[in-house]
Design a protein around this ligand. Structure first.
Ligand SMILES: [Zn+2]
Length: 331
């Protein structure tokens, strides 16, 4: 393989599961990132008793959030969230710079089962009508960026493409895939979730070819806001055609590292890969944060939260339970 590596302090080789591999194809003015997720994704999903259709949808959302969130150059949080009227009425994925990811799906179990039985468990049908929001949170006292797009289309890819088109962001293409794989562990057959994705963005150097704004903190130079049609740019057309050839199993097969996919797609143009960033299944909840929330409750709300002499709070992302003595919050 003749990928050239830059900024690499790790042994040259595949990034492996749960690591984002950034890349650039200078001849096509492309920047991108690719990932295959394995154990981190499976652990994150296994903590909840999600029906398979919900697990798939959340897994795709996790990959999309990781691909987008990992472009941020500052410390902060990238939040991808849906709010809709379908059987899955909310999905939330947080990606924190440094690689920690957490995710949660809220759904109506009976409605999901009915949709699956009726053969209508594609993402569009599960989500229904509503919105997808992308939020960039740089912490207290910093501006929050939020972009919103209507949930229209049958796939998260379509929704993401609509988002980038409508918000006049830099031209972006994304491919996402999820697979449930049977593995034999200690003599027992187990089912494990895997997922993968690739994101490509068109970032020409020539100012007259730069059309769109980037997400705050993204890869584009700042102040780039010229908007024209990019559909007729040959390099971007070629990039989109190549991205469209990516098969689902190329994104999820553990025997096909993302570097092999990058090589297949861009070998003729020359592709450079950069140091991989590991992704961890890690929640940001803490006893301190829950205490902070409870401290804002009125005496009446505290009284309402008490059951069997304790206040018990469960983190909906990671399922961790925090128990408090109500007298801690007595006024
Ligand atoms: Zn948590």
């Amino acid at each position: 393989m003749t990928l050239s590596f830059e900024g690499v302090t790790e042994p040259l080789g595949p990034a492996g599961d749960d690591a984002i591999r950034p890349f650039a194809v200078e001849a096509l003015n492309l920047r991108g990132r690719a990932i295959q997720m394995g154990a981190a994704l499976d652990a994150l999903l296994a903590r909840h008793d999600y029906p398979p259709a919900v697990a798939r949808l959340l897994a795709e959302t996790v990959v999309l959030a990781v691909l987008l969130g990992s472009s941020l150059k500052f410390d902060g949080k990238f939040i991808l969230q849906t709010d809709s009227d379908g059987p899955v009425d909310m999905l939330v994925v947080d990606y924190r710079t440094g690689g920690a990811v957490r995710a949660y799906a809220r759904f109506d179990r009976d409605a999901v089962a009915a949709a699956a039985a009726a053969g209508a468990a594609d993402p569009g049908a599960l989500l229904g009508h509503g919105i997808l929001a992308m939020t960039i949170d740089q912490g207290a006292n910093m501006n929050r960026y939020q972009g919103v797009v209507a949930l229209e289309g049958n796939s998260l890819e379509e929704v993401a493409h609509a988002y980038f088109r409508q918000s006049e962001q830099i031209p972006t293409r994304v491919r996402l895939a999820v697979a449930e794989m049977q593995t034999r562990e200690n003599g027992r057959l187990r089912s494990r979730w895997r997922a993968g994705g690739i994101l490509v963005q068109f970032l020409p150097d020539a100012p007259e070819r730069i059309r769109r704004r980037d997400l705050p903190g993204g890869d584009a130079p700042s102040g780039v806001t010229v908007v024209e049609s990019d559909e007729d740019d040959d390099a971007w057309r070629e990039a989109q055609a190549l991205a469209a050839t990516v098969e689902d199993d190329e994104l999820t097969d553990p025997a096909v590292p993302v570097e092999h996919l990058l090589y297949r797609l861009f070998n003729q143009r020359g592709v450079r890969v950069f140091r991989a960033v590991r992704v961890r299944d890690e929640c940001s909840c803490s006893r301190e944060k829950v205490t902070g929330v409870l401290a804002t409750f009125t005496a009446e709300e505290i009284a309402d939260s008490v059951e069997d002499q304790v206040i018990s709070v469960t983190c909906e992302f990671c399922g961790r339970r925090y128990r408090f003595d109500p007298t801690e919050f007595a006024r």
